[in-house]
Design a protein around this ligand. Structure first.
Ligand code: DGL
Length: 260
């Protein structure tokens, strides 16, 4: 059986890219909700409806697990999804825990970047309240990066000025770690690297999510059932035209080119 991957758009490709490395002998279904992306600026109830419509569709494609490769969707719907479906639903949340723990003995700060919806949801708020008793965590929404990724826009001269302007609100020397808490942002790791001081670590939750998926598959004893095939759906429509598939190839190439 296949493994379902879901994101509002192309962000989940950054997670699938890691899955294909760690679990190459699986087949995948990738669902991008292209009709409704971006989720970040929209109201929670509306986004929840989109998520359930998408996951209903994915579950009908004979999948053995679903990875919610979207921090925003995880933060608004993961508990309800787990109640509704009886296959493993693997979510992802901004990697605040490793970031705060890593900074325990240094007098520096953590910057958590994510969508506006993730940043205002109680899932993240509760996590920060629990972990951040020294008040070292700052928050930054970066909706422009979601828009750029959806347009497959990776040129330095277009994206860097936006990112530089957003980061200029902070004294970057104070930051030990920056958390990429939205899967779209991982397409721009190299640009973050260019703008941040060398001592600032950049972390996302992608690899942790795939390791989690692997643990589930091992537990279910359903590992290594495929050949690394991926079927793409854009809001329920199977993608087989060359132009759209070529766009997905561009995204994988982009990720292959990032060595950060
Ligand atoms: N990729 C998504 C995330 O990880 C959300 C982007 C959006 O739709 O605004 O949060």
């Amino acid at each position: 059986m296949q493994i379902g991957f879901f994101d509002s758009g192309v962000g989940g490709i950054t997670v699938l890219h890691d899955a294909l490395k760690i679990l190459p002998n699986e087949d995948y279904v990738y669902y991008a909700d292209t009709l409704n992306v971006p989720y970040g600026p929209k109201p929670k109830d509306q986004v929840k409806k989109y998520i359930f419509a998408a996951v209903d569709f994915i579950v009908k494609q004979q999948v053995k697990a679903v990875v919610i490769a979207c921090n925003t969707a995880t933060s608004v719907a993961i508990e309800d999804l787990r109640v509704k479906y009886d296959i493993p639903i693997i979510g992802m949340e901004p990697a605040v825990k490793p970031a705060v723990e890593k900074n325990k003995n240094v007098n520096k700060r953590v910057l958590v970047t994510a969508t506006a919806l993730t940043l205002k949801e109680k899932k993240l708020k509760n996590l920060i309240t629990k972990l951040d008793n020294r008040h070292i965590v700052d928050l930054l929404p970066l909706p422009g990066l979601v828009q750029f990724a959806e347009k497959i826009e990776f040129r330095d001269e277009v994206v860097l000025p936006y990112l530089e302007e957003q980061l200029s609100q902070f004294d970057l020397r104070q930051y030990e770690t920056i958390v990429l808490g939205c899967t779209h942002f991982s397409f721009y790791k190299d640009m973050f690297r260019k703008l941040l001081p060398v001592h600032t670590a950049i972390i996302d939750g992608n690899m942790g999510t795939i390791k989690n998926l692997k643990r589930y598959l091992e537990k279910m004893q359903t590992i290594n059932e495929g050949k690394g095939n991926v079927i793409f759906y854009n809001s329920g429509v199977r993608i087989d035209d060359k132009e759209k598939l070529a766009n997905y190839s561009k995204l994988f190439k982009r990720l292959d080119s990032i060595s950060v």
